[in-house]
Ligand binder design. Structure first.
Ligand code: COA
Length: 149
């Protein structure tokens, strides 16, 4: 049984560009987030413009206590930056954010969604309990850094 500060106290809503300062504080407070130049204000604002229904915050007592970014490219959905305030973890807020982003992806027509997670991040256990599975047997991630404009 979770304690009295259950998710009912945290409302899930669409992320707004004006949330940026608060979400950056949250992201910087958490290990395992892997922030990069893609997280600069203008990049996040553009991402929200492209993905207005799949980028969410959890709000509690007028404070942002959780986030998830969902990116839909018309083929697959990608989940980034699931994060819950350290003092409010294990109360169901992460689950509520994932339930809602999955629902929103489904509305858009996504039938499979992906995420990337650092190998040393134990949050994989959170995802596995919620139906996510590793693809290491068949798929590896490849990346390439493109020259700056
Ligand atoms: C991962 C995270 C978002 C989960 O949020 P949360 O609000 O604590 O999750 P919930 O309360 O909904 O779920 C708790 C359940 O997940 C498990 N869980 C949560 N975080 C976990 C973690 N980091 N490692 C292992 N298990 C975890 C709990 O044991 C609990 O299990 P139960 O359902 O059997 O009781 C949160 O731990 C977090 O912000 N971590 C730091 C940022 C991060 O690593 N994000 C993932 C990037 S890929």
């Amino acid at each position: 049984m979770k304690d009295s500060k259950t998710t009912q106290d945290a409302a899930i809503r669409a992320m707004e560009p004006s949330d940026y300062d608060d979400i950056l504080v949250l992201w910087k407070s958490l290990p395992g987030m892997g922030l990069s130049s893609a997280d600069e204000r203008e990049k996040i604002t553009a991402f929200l413009g492209r993905n207005p229904t799949t980028c969410l915050v959890a709000e509690r007592e007028e404070r942002i206590v959780g986030t998830v970014l969902g990116g839909w490219d018309g083929r697959r959905g990608y989940v980034y930056h699931l994060a819950v305030d350290e003092g409010l973890q294990e109360m169901g807020i992460g689950t509520a954010l994932m339930d809602e982003v999955e629902r929103q992806f489904h509305v858009l027509g996504a039938r499979r969604i992906h995420l990337m997670i650092y190998r040393d991040n134990t949050a994989w256990a959170f995802y596995e309990k919620r139906g996510w599975f590793f693809r290491d047997d068949k798929i590896s991630l490849m990346s390439k850094d493109l020259a700056k404009k």
